[in-house]
Design a protein around this ligand. Structure first.
Ligand code: FAD
Length: 656
């Protein structure tokens, strides 16, 4: 059983009438359980939306803790961070205050799929996050382990479903609220594994959540089990960096947040990373000691795209695997060896590591370990992240089967907004697949479910050219401000200014026309084709790789000079020009998808018994479990046939 940790401050309990019929005054609008990456975003988003919010977490000093890699962003994940930032979320701004090595991945490809990534100073991130959380208006932060949920009778308009109305802590105290968000990460029945040793823990040094896991199961939620792992940490001064490949950071750094023009630590002061590789000796140690490594033998699924070294050796034998040596912080003595997640017995970990070039004298300061945990089948939640089973109960983060800080943060911000909107009886805030990576993430989870830790990739996204990191503010900030109230006035005004400046800039660039030969004279460095006799628009000239807004403005100072004043605006105009023609076609496809998304399925439809629509038993069961909200979502559920979709479509049209 979890030890009582609710000791620091006690809440004045809400006054309950002596007559049980007397309505209870809730103490908070929203309670968020868990201070990880989902919980911090959820709690601050709910508070920004105007809800009195309580963040309950095991320990205040672990708020903002990065359980594994000291880095944020990457391919697909960088897009999520931009979108979280566009909704005024925290992680991008906090990263910009704490980043020690910025690098854009995928630079050789188009800007639509660039992966903004940075190594982060672990300590600074935690400090900056805690400062922000503890000073957020309307947000109370409290230490405590939540053991159970308080449930009440169904609301009259939603007969059959119970409603969450608060939480019970491990010491028996209760706190009431209108909505509850669970963001418990790897803590539900968490079990840490090193070698053959296993012990209950949410992550190293933290207690697991057992009571809450039992409650969810009792309520009828379908629970699965997943695993992940983390590498050992190595003493920096025991590594011979001089013989390894050095990677320097980008200069200039591309900030994560739309609100920042620069990052806190200048590129010239940032730290390098180093690359080394595994070798046959590493494979040998892994293979020889498989009998001492229970995590590897478990049939529970681990992360496919971030596997342990043991899984890599077993799946791809006789290959060299990359190991990136990444700094844990500006003044940290530790190095994080990315690619060496392992669960070998602690005494063998150093033996294996010292076989690797540059690590011959490496000292392991903290061993790598694995963690196994419960997650909830995400088909049990709606696109607003509210559960189908219990009203006003929301799930966000790793509890939904995802892996990664960014995936957790993205769900957190959406859950926080929706928990607050629900309290105020406003329509949910849903991001569709055509609007953002957040939409793709949540739609994948809620329609397809997941049987392995889910991480975001650009390849999961149909409309990659439209959903770019540079334009996340145009896609989401205005909606966030108007529909959810989660965006500050300052950010809203900035996004409006950027949107109108881009529209104006594009129409100006379309209006300037010269012949190809004239352009060639005006911008001699560009390889502009001179074969065309028709006039060429400045917008088309901007598509050439060698041309940017600066070179155009030198050729045609009026009216283009003003677009060179803001670096971001100039860069975004170039990106818009690059994708102009393809975006026109993509927009038509997006409209088609949006038509399907607009066809809402009745919320209370009982798929198991409804007679007016012809569906096979198998399809009925799938629809009953996932409860898709639109025809579009239903069509993405595996096993829901085209014939079933046509029948559903007919049904929707006759009932609307
Ligand atoms: P967490 O960040 O885990 O936060 C959960 C929070 O809930 C904690 O603050 C905890 O104290 C609190 N909590 C739990 N139960 C209760 C309760 N009953 N009452 C009160 N508070 C509670 N991701 C990757 O992308 N790559 C990796 O290689 C990787 N490796 C990992 C290795 C390990 C060992 C672990 C633990 C995680 C790893 N992750 C990895 C996952 C990444 O850390 C998570 O995806 C991310 O932190 C999830 O965020 P979250 O907010 O959902 O949960």
């Amino acid at each position: 059983r979890v030890a009582a940790s609710f000791t620091k401050r006690h809440f004045p309990l809400p006054r309950l009438g002596s007559d049980s019929a007397e309505p209870r005054t809730p103490h908070f609008d929203v309670i968020v359980i868990g201070g990880g990456h989902a919980g911090t975003e959820a709690a601050t988003a709910a508070a920004r939306c105007g809800s009195r919010t309580l963040l309950l977490t095991h320990r205040v000093d672990t708020i903002g803790q990065m359980s594994c890699n000291p880095s944020f962003g990457g391919i697909g994940k960088g897009h999520l961070m931009r979108e979280v930032d566009a909704l005024d979320g925290l992680c991008s701004r906090i990263c910009d205050q704490s980043g020690v090595h910025y690098k854009v991945l995928n630079r050789c490809k188009g800007p639509a799929v660039w992966g903004l990534r940075a190594q982060i100073d672990r300590k600074l991130y935690k400090q900056n996050m805690q400062k922000e959380i503890l000073s957020t208006p309307l947000l109370t932060v409290q230490e405590g382990a939540v053991e159970d949920l308080i449930l009440t009778e169904p609301e009259p308009e939603h007969t059959g479903k119970c409603r969450v109305s608060g939480v019970i802590l491990v010491d028996g105290s209760t706190v009431y609220s209108e909505s509850v968000i669970l963001t418990t990460g790897t803590f539900l029945r968490g079990m840490i594994v090193i070698g053959l040793e296993m012990h209950p823990a949410g992550r190293l040094g933290d207690q697991p959540s057992i009571g809450l896991a039992q409650t969810l199961e009792k309520l009828g939620f379908v629970v699965g089990r997943l695993k992940t792992g983390t590498p050992p940490r190595i003493a920096k001064d025991s590594i011979n960096f001089s013989i390894l490949n050095k990677q320097t950071p980008d200069n200039p750094s591309l900030p994560f947040s739309f609100m920042n023009e620069t990052v806190w630590i200048k590129p010239e002061d940032q730290l390098p990373c180093y690359l080394t590789h595994t070798n046959p000796r590493v494979d040998e140690i892994v293979l020889k000691n498989l009998h001492l490594n229970s995590h590897v033998k478990e049939t529970i699924r681990g992360p496919r795209y971030c596997p342990s070294i043991e899984s890599k050796v077993l799946r791809f034998p006789n290959r060299q695997h990359q190991v990136w040596l990444e700094p844990e912080g500006m003044d940290s003595d530790l190095i994080y060896p990315q690619g060496l997640s392992m669960t070998l017995p602690a005494e063998l970990q150093e033996k294996m590591i010292t076989c690797i070039r540059g690590l011959e004298k490496a000292k392991v300061i903290q061993p790598g370990y694995g963690v196994q945990y419960d997650y909830l089948d995400p088909r049990q939640i709606t696109p607003s992240l509210e559960t189908h089973l219990v009203q006003r109960l929301f799930f966000a983060g790793q509890i939904n089967g995802t892996t990664g800080y960014e995936e957790a943060a993205a769900q957190g911000v959406i859950a926080g907004i929706n928990a607050s909107l629900r309290v105020n009886r406003k329509p949910p805030f849903v991001v569709s697949r055509t609007e953002g990576y957040i939409g793709v993430l949540i739609d994948d989870l809620t329609t397809l479910g997941t049987s392995e830790p889910y991480r975001m990739f650009t390849s999961r996204v149909e409309f990659r050219l439209s959903l770019r990191p540079d334009n996340a503010d145009s896609r989401l900030t205005l909606r966030g401000y108007k529909e959810a109230g989660c965006v500050s006035q300052q950010r809203y005004e900035r996004a409006c200014w950027m949107k109108s400046s881009l529209e104006e800039g594009i129409s100006v660039l379309k209006s300037i026309e010269f012949s190809s030969s004239k352009w060639k004279n005006l911008i001699p460095e560009a390889s502009i084709s001179t074969s065309r006799s028709l006039p060429v628009r400045a917008l088309d000239v901007l598509k050439y790789e060698e041309v940017d807004v600066d070179s155009l403005a030198k050729a045609v100072p009026e009216p283009l000079k003003k677009y060179t004043k803001c670096r971001e605006l100039a860069e975004r105009l170039k990106i818009e020009a690059t994708y102009e023609s393809v975006l026109f076609h993509q927009l038509q496809e997006i409209k088609e998808v949006q038509r399907d998304e607009a066809l809402q399925l009745p919320k209370d439809l009982d798929y198991l018994t409804v007679r007016d629509v012809s569906l096979s038993h198998e399809v009925r069961e799938k629809l009953h479990f996932s409860r898709p909200q639109t025809i579009g979502a239903a069509s993405r559920i595996p096993g829901v046939t085209p014939a079933a979709i046509i029948n559903l479509l007919r049904f929707v049209k006759t009932t609307q």
